[in-house]
Design a protein around this ligand. Structure first.
Ligand SMILES: [Ca+2]
Ligand SMILES: [Ca+2]
Length: 294
């Protein structure tokens, strides 16, 4: 219902703008789900609209106004979703799963935290770790993903310590990111846990480049080379078909209504990167499809 209130508020804004420009609004009408045959007249805003007969799912609200010159405004359409009633009474976590590098097929069941994960088989480079939990009603949580880098070398000079890193994506060297290691030392073997900012990265294939800096002020000391890893940013590819389309919006809405994640990439579904899969991700996905930017 709050979406409707938002639509009405937008309607009030449009009404005000038109009224200012043209001298007054004399008629207002709206309709649902592109059904112009059943358009309804509205009173002056704020107005209320009865949506009690609508089923759960995605719906569309469209409105327009007419000024005292007889001119109709352009229509304004907003999407909204009516959820199934949530009768959840979950009380505890029953299962926990993790997987590396979006490889959901090889996910592992883990026990109560803290747990140790074997990463000895992972190659040097960029990796991701994703986790989710299931409650006692059988519902899975949204997945949470962290990225990390496994370095590939050690240094031999005793007085040198590796203290910092920098990385950039594709050819965007101008916006490279520099940070310091949480733990410094002669070697950085193991995992470097770094918060990588992919929030504005477009859908598709990218390459991340990184170098390591030592306490002598030298970058790339230990190998003298720039490291790189090519990866695919699948953010928003909810149905996992390798493309970003309206089909992903549909798949996301189906998941929100059914809570069935079969065939759903829960990591990619969190398109607004807030750690949850919700209606907000639908909006974010539609905005990206329309504007080609996150
Ligand atoms: Ca897709
Ligand atoms: Ca989200």
């Amino acid at each position: 219902m709050s979406i409707i209130k938002y639509c009405i508020a937008a309607f009030a804004t449009v009404s005000c703008m038109v009224a200012t420009a043209q001298g007054g609004i004399v008629e207002r009408e709206c309709w649902l789900d592109n059904n112009t045959a059943q358009s309804q007249s509205l009173g002056a805003s704020p107005a209320t609209l009865d949506i009690s007969s609508l089923s759960a799912g995605l719906h569309w609200f469209t409105m327009r106004v007419k000024d005292d010159q007889g001119m109709w405004s352009p229509t304004l359409t907003k999407a909204f979703i009516i959820n199934e009633k949530d009768n959840s009474t979950a009380t505890s976590i029953q299962h926990r799963e993790v997987w590396f590098d979006n490889n959901v097929a090889e996910r592992q069941t883990i026990g109560v935290t803290p747990v140790m994960l074997d990463i000895s088989s992972l190659s040097a480079g960029l990796h991701s770790l994703t986790m989710r939990v299931q409650d006692d009603l059988g519902y899975w949580s949204s997945s949470v993903t962290k990225h990390f880098i496994i370095p590939k070398a050690t240094v031999e000079e005793d007085s040198v310590e590796l203290v910092r890193y920098c990385y950039w994506i594709d050819d965007d060297v101008a916006n490279l990111v520099v940070g310091e290691f949480p733990v410094c030392g002669k070697t950085v073997s193991g995992v470097i846990d770094i918060e990588l900012d992919f929030s504005e990265l477009s859908f598709g294939q990218h390459t991340i480049y990184w170098i390591i800096g030592d306490n002598k002020g030298v970058w790339g000391f230990y190998t003298g080379e720039i490291n790189s890893t090519t990866f695919f940013n699948s953010r928003g590819d909810v149905n996992m078909d390798g493309d970003l389309s309206i089909g992903d919006v549909t798949a996301l809405i189906d998941y929100l209504l059914s809570n069935d994640d079969t065939g759903i990439d829960m990591v990619a579904a969190d398109s607004n990167l807030d750690g949850n899969v919700s209606i907000g991700d639908v909006t974010c996905l539609i905005d990206y499809l329309l504007g080609d930017t996150w």
